[in-house]
Design a binder for this molecule. Structure first.
Ligand code: PLP
Length: 716
């Protein structure tokens, strides 16, 4: 129960939940309950081990969800752990660190308590919170974690999906099927935010001419709270309860309703919780209806449209993540009126005034209402997510500024970066800490402290690389057997998967959403040559993972085509498709693969981030010069496929596949297999050091937040 002066932002609700859960545990283990309700443990050294050691088998069965673990651990087990002095000492030290790092207030200054609200349709904070589809969500999760580490005042706003994202299963023909699992919200590190009377805070958003009631969940990522809106509320009709059931639901009407909850509901939730917002950072058009809500707030105060627009521009930033036109969603005027009938009236505008705000050419009544044009038009600043994407976005959206030259279109860029402590392999982190002790504080890219990476002895780097490849091998074997059994293969065929994988072979990885523009199919383009490489005397193995959107049959065909490589004579066991790509599998793959491949069609990759994760643990890059790689690559820090966007798609595919195979054959394989007397590929290792030195400092979330102006540039 809350008192009148208490914060309404869910702080007390989290504390109460942790307090209640602590009762499951012996007194000496009580701090575990507090830690379980904040994902900070997941990116802090020693956190995973604390929960693991409480009950190793249950920890893995719980999907590394600490709340479930603490709820389910038996009394005898927890009593045994509580009697270990070593364990309780570790717990106390870790909890003290938590209090020091997370307990600190996070404000701009004593005078300015405002926070940045980061709105996104997906957040990938941890594998146990399945509210992400791919790179956008993972980026959003990394953003919150970095903001927490840097003390940047920020809150996340997203949706709570009762069934999360879909799971993937392939049948024996390699065709993808999907299934959804109910999110067991009582067992997540999430609490329902309550109002001052102790009942769940309810936000109301008009949809279909009805009022949809929405609950607000809070999940903590270090010092940054993430608020997730959930329409599964007893006041709602069954259809309205379904609005937030699934991520990026296929039905267009429901999709629009999701965006209304995220944008309009998001702003209302912040207001209801009394959170003072300085800036709204909107990601993708998904969140753009927040601008209409802000407009409504201003206009109902009596502002003119011009004044209201000017006010809104002061408090908003928009990041576009999609250089493919079809990925920028638009809705017909009729659909908008049907699903959100009160949208215009609520603001005091007519539809004739509102609809043009979402068009490239305001006067063109045939043009649908685009969420990206709306966001670009009303946000104070806008950016793409790599240097090249900035250029592409300026020319894509030039129509919004017909009087300006393309280079003057007001869309800048901030290149994406990844949260190092989440993605680096612990073994490599330990090595990097020894040579760059400041690594956690992320010195700027030009700081000579980073040069110490070159001093790491070759044999130590190589040993870590071999450990990581071996660990990935164990996972590949185990998962391949169960994947095969799951799709109904014979026991002997399934068990044969346990014998594949060569601990010492060059291991190439490709894992991300399977979308057509990512061109995974290029690996199947020259089958004879591919087969020669796979079965040559310098062995190579390929591991692939990724989910296709349930409605994207083209991408599902690609999955099937690649899956068929499993059956090539002699190649069996050298190509593996792992089902149901998620954050946890992604981490193992980026850490264990020697070479990370990306094959986007030129100018269609906004940034790409999995390669940045791979460099952290010493993976080398072979990628089309697009997205981040176009600005990262220099001869000698990886390999590049040089695209020619002027060619037809067929010609591009031919040309790029040719380069892919040639580079592997002529450069990658020889370098990997040329060994010194100790068996170490010294030139390969030297390339790893160059790659780590040039990429880790530049493609970090630390640098990204600095570029956004959210944290200070740190100079030593
Ligand atoms: C990092 C990541 C991605 C993004 O990969 P790209 O290289 O940007 O395509 C997608 N899915 C998961 C699970 C990830 O961790």
């Amino acid at each position: 129960m809350q008192g009148p002066g208490d914060p309404k932002d869910g702080t007390n609700d989290i504390m109460e939940a942790a307090h209640l859960m602590a009762e499951h545990l012996p007194t000496r283990l009580h701090p575990l309950a507090t830690l379980a309700y904040n994902y900070w443990w997941s990116w802090t050294r020693g956190g995973d081990a604390l929960f693991h050691d409480l009950d190793p088998e249950r920890w893995s069965r719980c999907g590394h969800n600490p709340v479930r673990l603490v709820q389910e651990v038996t009394h005898s087990r927890s009593a045994a752990v509580a009697s270990s002095e070593a364990y309780t000492a570790r717990l106390t030290a870790f909890h003290d660190q938590f209090e020091r790092e997370v307990g600190q207030p996070q404000t701009r200054s004593p005078q300015d308590a405002s926070v940045t609200a980061f709105l996104c349709a997906e957040f990938g904070v941890h594998g146990s919170l399945p509210f992400y589809a791919g790179g956008l969500g993972i980026l959003a999760g990394d953003f919150l974690k970095e903001a927490s580490d840097r003390g940047t005042p920020m809150v996340g706003i997203g949706l709570f999906y009762q069934q999360g994202s879909f799971h993937q299963r392939l049948d024996t023909s390699g065709w993808q099927h999907e299934y959804w699992l109910e999110t067991d919200s009582d067992r997540l590190p999430a609490v329902v935010v309550t109002a001052s009377d102790g009942t769940p805070l309810t936000i109301r958003v008009p949809v279909h001419g009805r009022t949809v009631s929405v609950r607000v969940w809070r999940v903590d990522a270090g010092r940054v709270p993430l608020y997730l809106l959930d329409s599964d509320h007893p006041d709602n009709t069954p259809a309205d309860r379904w609005i937030t059931a699934r991520l990026y639901v296929g039905n267009r009407d429901l999709r629009l309703a999701q965006y209304a909850l995220l944008g309009i509901g998001g702003v209302r939730a912040l207001r209801a919780m009394g959170i003072p917002t300085g800036l709204f950072h909107l990601n993708e058009g998904h969140a753009a209806l927040a601008l209409v809500e802000l407009l409504r707030e201003e206009l109902t105060k009596g502002s003119t449209l011009d004044d209201a627009t000017a006010r809104i521009r002061e408090q908003t930033r928009f990041t576009t993540h999609t250089p493919v036109a079809a990925g920028n969603e638009a809705f017909g005027g009729d659909q908008l009126r049907a699903i959100l009938p009160g949208l215009a009236e609520g603001t005091g505008l007519t539809w004739q005034e509102l609809l043009p705000l979402g068009r490239t050419r305001p006067g063109d009544e045939g043009e649908p209402f685009g969420l990206t044009p709306l966001a670009l038009r009303l946000s104070g600043t806008a950016n793409g997510v790599s240097q090249l994407h900035g250029t592409v976005a300026r020319s894509m959206w030039q129509g919004l500024w017909p009087d300006r030259a393309v280079e003057d279109v007001p869309i800048a860029h901030v290149t994406n970066g990844v949260h190092g402590r989440t993605w680096i392999a612990p073994e490599m982190a330990a090595l990097v800490y020894r040579y760059v002790p400041d690594w956690q504080d992320a010195p700027p890219p030009d700081d000579p402290a980073w040069d110490a990476l070159f001093e790491i002895p070759d044999d130590e780097i190589w040993e870590v690389r071999c450990q990581l490849r071996t660990r990935l091998g164990a996972l590949v074997r185990e998962q391949s057997v169960t994947d095969r059994l799951g799709r109904g293969a014979s026991v002997s065929y399934s068990e044969s998967a346990a014998r594949m994988w060569d601990e010492n072979a060059l291991t190439i990885g490709f894992a991300r959403r399977i979308a057509t523009y990512k061109r995974l199919a290029l690996v199947t383009r020259q089958p004879e040559r591919g087969l020669r490489l796979l079965t040559g005397d310098r062995p190579l193995q390929l591991v692939i993972a990724g989910r296709a959107h349930p409605l994207d049959d083209g991408a599902k065909h690609t999955v099937q085509q690649v899956f068929a490589l499993n059956d090539l004579p002699n190649a069996a066991g050298r190509v593996v498709f792992l089902e149901d790509h998620d954050m946890e599998l992604a981490a193992q793959l980026v850490q264990g693969c020697d070479l990370w491949v990306n094959l986007p069609r030129a100018l269609q990759e906004a940034s790409g981030t999995s390669g940045m994760k791979s460099v952290l643990s010493g993976g080398l890059q072979l990628s089309v010069l697009d997205g981040w790689w176009a600005e990262a690559y220099k001869p000698g820090n990886g390999w590049a496929i040089e695209p020619d966007p002027g060619l037809s798609h067929e010609e591009q595919d031919h040309r790029d596949a040719e380069q892919l195979f040639s580079l592997i054959e002529n450069e990658v394989l020889p370098l990997f297999y040329e060994r010194d007397s100790r068996g170490i590929p010294v030139d390969w290792v030297s390339l790893i050091k160059t790659s780590m030195r040039s990429h880790i400092p530049r493609f970090s979330a630390t640098r990204m937040l600095q570029d956004y102006g959210y944290s200070d540039v740190r100079r030593r």
